[in-house]
Design a protein around this ligand. Structure first.
Ligand code: GRF
Length: 224
């Protein structure tokens, strides 16, 4: 039984693309009911359309308080039969109106090893700090930005002073692996949260080969 999900985007949608491809390859047990963006020009909308996935655009300029915007998002997602939400580069803060509609079922990808470098430019902040290790985090969303319980993280080497785009690409490659993996564990109901701690239930699945470049924990499974 596939988990009916929505993917929220604001831009390119390369993380969305990774989820779509793994769904199409029957690696990811999800059914993307709708891709929603707050930006009409988000390229990710074209990625969804290319696979016949329904899309929706909600401009926050058309709404008053954040709660009104969130209530309309909830209406659209519930109408589409969505049970879990993936935030893949969705650049808006959500309110309890949205959180309470999908309790414990909202996952976000952040391009830094949280709690380091929260906010809108995790990669850039890490690069400017001169870190030797950077990375990304897939986590549950709670009422604070980039704060929810951590599901999976990947660390990659950083080279102080390197071209920031090279670091962004190195991190993004791992985002495309850990986010779908986190969504799969959610789809298979293998995640439980106790306070800040996410526990992954055991399962009879093979682990992926490591690429020697990154450290990922919990380890990825074959296909991710
Ligand atoms: C990703 O780096 C994500 O971590 C951050 O925004 C970027 C979105 O990229 N929140 P894309 O739209 O998935 O290509």
């Amino acid at each position: 039984m596939s988990l009916p999900i929505a993917v929220l985007i604001s831009g390119s949608g390369s993380n969305l693309q990774s989820i779509i491809e793994k769904m199409e390859d029957n690696i990811l047990d999800v059914d993307i009911k709708v891709v929603l963006s707050n930006k009409a020009d988000a390229y990710g909308l074209k990625r969804a359309e290319a696979y016949g996935i329904p899309t929706a655009v909600l401009s926050h300029k058309d709404f008053g308080p954040r709660e009104e915007f969130d209530a309309e998002m909830v209406r659209i997602l519930k109408e589409a039969g969505v049970e879990a939400v993936v935030m893949a580069g969705f650049m808006r803060i959500i309110t309890p109106v949205f959180l309470n509609a999908f309790p414990g079922k909202i996952v976000n990808i952040h391009p830094a090893i949280l709690p380091s470098f929260p906010g809108v430019d995790g990669q850039g902040d890490a690069a400017k700090y001169g870190v030797q290790l950077a990375g990304c985090t897939a986590h549950f969303v709670d009422e604070k930005m980039d704060h929810g319980a951590v599901i999976i993280q990947a660390a990659v080497p950083a080279y102080p002073g390197e071209d920031e785009d090279e670091l962004r690409e190195r991190i993004l490659k791992q985002e495309h692996r850990i986010l779908p993996q986190a969504v799969q564990w959610l789809a298979k109901d293998r995640l439980s949260v106790e306070g800040r701690f996410v526990k992954l239930a055991e399962a009879d699945v093979d682990l992926a080969e490591t690429d020697g470049l990154s450290l990922i924990n919990p380890p990825l499974e074959v296909g991710f």
